[in-house]
Design a protein around this ligand. Structure first.
Ligand SMILES: NC(=O)c1ccc[n+]([C@@H]2O[C@H](COP(=O)([O-])OP(=O)(O)OC[C@H]3O[C@@H](n4cnc5c(N)ncnc54)[C@H](O)[C@@H]3O)[C@@H](O)[C@H]2O)c1
Length: 400
């Protein structure tokens, strides 16, 4: 850390699942001070106040107006992202907003306009494109030593649809389903590795459970301006677990227990009531009755978003929870990523460079709007059964 620079003072809007997953990062890194929060869940705000000696605000407006708050972490449900980013910007605050950025390109544009007008930074994340093995693969690709990217295969079989959900998370019109919540990760990863500029999208989606009537699966082909193509496949009904192909390491870098997906399904069978499910979700969150802080010994590797293989002219690069496995004509070599002090440290590395060194973020509003364009393109292509052309794509080092 730069000796002169002060920690970034964070106010958190929404202490739910997303915050629960970010706590080890935000609480464990000396570059961050958690100074304020706002959430209607009292058990969460009480713990926050105790753990961080921070202020609790009764409204999003009050949190954004707090002069102690420098950056607002917007971790509220997707439909609220736009309003909360606008509120933060109106109070001159920088924003880290959770993925997906918003539910429409018009909303993304309004968020960009609000932060531009305020002259404040907008970073979108966490997304798995921050993961160190993705960054290492990107560096290897950019070094040119393996030639151009020809194609990428990304796939993920998870229990996403059967984890405890709020009703809106199962309603596509309100941002529910795996395209908004999960393609936002997978498309971001693939765009970062293939240069960002998607020309067209052709996709199918699956809505296979009438009791949870939103997209639980998709399969898409993305064509890039470079000539590369990517296949992105996601199955949130997975009884198979593709983490067996990630050396048994789960999305959060934890050792994955066998039959995790079966256990998730069995729990769902025993709870049919919507409100019971909402309570189950809240109980696992920060401050909830079933909340368990993530222990450092539970880290078996980097976080990831399932198997990804990048085929370059001269090598296939397989992303693993430890780094990048390079398969070339010489043989197979694992290039390891440097270890981190806290999980998701990459998010704070980028944020710090933006907040304290004036760097442009990779995960800017414009970058993330382009990822949303592809996600919306997946939904539209599946609905209309045609190829969708993209018009708002930018390269990772493009304008913000
Ligand atoms: N990057 C990741 O790994 C990741 C993981 C989970 C969720 N998310 C994202 O985080 C966002 C929230 O999802 P979640 O699963 O955490 O939902 P959640 O329901 O677990 O949490 C949302 C929280 O926001 C609070 N909230 C709602 N309205 C509010 C308001 N007006 N002011 C303050 N707080 C308010 C709720 O009380 C709740 O605690 C979504 O956009 C989701 O995509 C990201």
């Amino acid at each position: 850390m730069n000796g002169m620079a002060q920690p970034i003072r964070f106010g958190v809007l929404g202490l739910g699942r997303a915050f629960t997953l970010m706590v080890p990062t935000l609480a464990g890194d000396p570059r961050i001070r958690l100074v304020a929060c706002c959430d209607p869940h009292e058990e969460a705000t009480v713990l926050f106040q105790q753990q961080f000696g921070a202020r609790v605000h009764a409204s999003a407006e009050a949190l954004c107006a707090d002069p102690q708050v420098e950056w607002v972490y917007v971790a509220t449900p997707h439909p609220l992202h736009e309003a909360h980013v606008a509120l933060a910007a109106a109070h001159g605050k920088h924003v880290l907003v959770e993925k997906p950025m918003a539910l429409s390109l018009a909303a993304c544009d309004r968020m960009l306009a609000a932060t531009r007008q305020a002259g404040t930074h907008l970073v979108v994340g966490h997304s798995h494109s921050f993961d160190s093995p993705v960054a290492l693969a990107r560096d290897l690709i950019r070094s040119g030593r393996y030639g151009q990217v020809q194609s990428i295969l990304a796939l993920n079989f998870t229990d996403f649809l059967y984890r405890p959900r709020r009703p809106e998370e199962l309603d596509t019109a309100q941002g529910g389903g795996v395209v908004f919540s999960q393609a936002a990760h997978q498309v971001d990863v693939v765009r970062l590795l293939a240069g960002g500029l998607v020309e067209s999208v052709y996709a199918r989606t699956g809505v296979w459970d009438r009791g949870r009537a939103t997209e639980g699966a998709y399969s898409a082909i993305l064509n890039f301006a470079s000539g590369a193509f990517a296949q992105v496949n996601y199955n949130g009904y997975g009884l198979f677990d593709s983490d067996v192909w990630m050396d048994g390491v789960g999305e959060l870098g934890q050792p994955k227990t066998a039959l995790t997906h079966q256990v998730t399904r069995q729990k769902r069978l025993t709870s049919t009531d919507e409100m019971a499910e909402v309570a189950q979700k809240a109980a696992r969150n920060y401050g909830g009755a079933a909340y368990k802080p993530q222990a450092s010994h539970e880290r078996a590797g980097f976080q990831h978003f399932g198997p990804v293989i990048v085929s370059c002219q001269g090598a296939d690069l397989r992303l693993t929870p430890q780094g990048v496995e390079v398969h070339d004509v010489q043989g197979v070599q694992l290039m390891r990523c440097a270890l981190q002090d806290v999980p998701r440290q990459e998010v704070l590395d980028e944020l710090w460079s933006v907040a304290r060194s004036g760097a442009q973020p990779v995960h800017s509003g414009a970058w993330s709007k382009a990822t949303m364009e592809v996600c919306l393109g997946i939904l539209a292509s599946a609905r209309e059964r045609k190829v969708m052309m993209m018009h708002h794509q930018i390269a990772p080092d493009g304008p913000t």
